[in-house]
Design a protein. Structure first.
Length: 365
């Protein structure tokens, strides 16, 4: 304990955290008792304020730490939920190659198609790929990149972004897309955004054809960003060329027949492929639930640890306050004894210097 003089008043500070609390709270909460020799006594008001403020500070820290833990858990769950989807090769014919990074391998029925892969088909070749509730048929002499596959669990936003470098791709979106879902097919000249439909994209380096069998597709000319997008509906088509306006027209007889043949030839999802999708969904769901439970357990454990730390700190602060109060009371009592002693000494001194005044009697004869 040490005494710091400040003008006509002095105050005592305690080492460590309690001293900081005392100094911080002094202007608004100290109950001053001025005693002889400049000693300041911190009375009960200060003691209760220290405990109150420390409890409030500790609870704020506990709340802060709990919020961080919950936020971390939420972020972790979100990361776990944003699991990359997979497509599966359902049917194929001819020469089909899967390019994954620097690796090239022949495709086979049941192969997984993941984000970032490129599918190449040879002459007189095609491949059907299912992505659960949507599917694509890549026709001959085509190159298609699977750019994004996101969302898998119920309630997740489903994102499917494909890029047709060249060739023809028939797209079949069976499930009606909901808010925040995205199914887009791009090419060097356009982007087609889908809302549940069947449509064909034919692309080369200079132009693209988008032919809609049913549903609706919004088409944006990427070479002319100032152009407004156009919407094509059932049995309509549009050609997208560099620096040329887009004009929606009725589906040509040739393209109508082509789309009908492709749809008729589209193979239903094989039983083993469907079972693999269902098994994958269950694995992901269980993984997310396990992760969520672990995060909840971690939050509860940290909360219990923080509560114990708060209680331990409160106990230490109470001990410090009691020790400070006892020291202050002892100092005050000692000072009071000094005052009483000096009073007695002063009284004795006054008795010693008191004049001896004689009393005179008077008589009247």
């Amino acid at each position: 304990m040490r005494t710091i003089r400040n003008g006509s008043r002095s105050h005592m500070t305690a080492p460590g955290r309690l001293g900081i609390l005392l100094d911080f709270c002094r202007p608004v909460a100290i109950n001053y008792h001025l005693a002889p020799q400049g000693v300041v006594h911190y009375g009960p008001v200060m003691c209760s304020t220290i405990v109150s403020m420390d409890r409030e500070d500790a609870m704020k820290r506990l709340l802060y730490l709990t919020m961080i833990a919950l936020l971390s858990m939420g972020v972790q769950c979100k990361k776990e939920k944003n699991i990359v989807r997979e497509g599966l090769v359902n049917f194929m014919a001819g020469t089909v190659v899967i390019v994954d990074g620097g690796d090239r391998k022949p495709a086979a029925i049941g192969d997984a198609i993941r984000q970032g892969m490129i599918i190449e088909t040879g002459k007189l070749s095609f491949v059907d790929i299912y992505f659960d509730d949507s599917a694509i048929k890549i026709l001959e002499e085509s190159v298609v990149e699977i750019r994004v596959l996101g969302g898998n669990l119920p309630g997740d936003a489903v994102t499917s972004l494909l890029h047709v470098t060249s060739g023809r791709v028939f797209n079949r979106v069976v499930k009606k897309l909901v808010k925040n879902d995205r199914f887009e097919v791009s090419s060097p000249t356009m982007v087609a955004a889908v809302r549940g439909t069947e449509f064909l994209v034919v692309s080369d380096e200079v132009k693209s054809l988008i032919a809609c069998l049913n549903g609706s597709v919004e088409v944006q000319n990427e070479t002319a960003p100032d152009q407004e997008p156009v919407l094509i509906r059932d049995e309509q088509e549009v050609v997208v060329e560099k620096d040329k306006p887009m004009t929606v027209r009725d589906l040509s007889e040739e393209n109508r027949k082509l789309l009908a043949d492709i749809k008729k030839d589209f193979k239903e999802m094989k039983k083993e492929i469907r079972e693999r999708f269902e098994k994958k969904r269950e694995e992901i769901r269980k993984s997310v639930e396990d992760r969520r439970q672990k995060d909840m357990d971690m939050v509860e454990r940290r909360k219990a640890e923080d509560i114990q730390k708060v209680e331990d700190q409160k106990a230490r602060d109470r001990e410090n306050v009691e020790r400070l109060k006892a020291t202050s009371d002892a100092t005050s009592a000692k000072a009071q004894e000094g005052v009483e002693r000096r009073k007695e000494e002063a009284k004795e001194t006054l008795q010693d210097v008191k004049p001896d005044i004689k009393k005179f009697k008077s008589s009247i004869d």
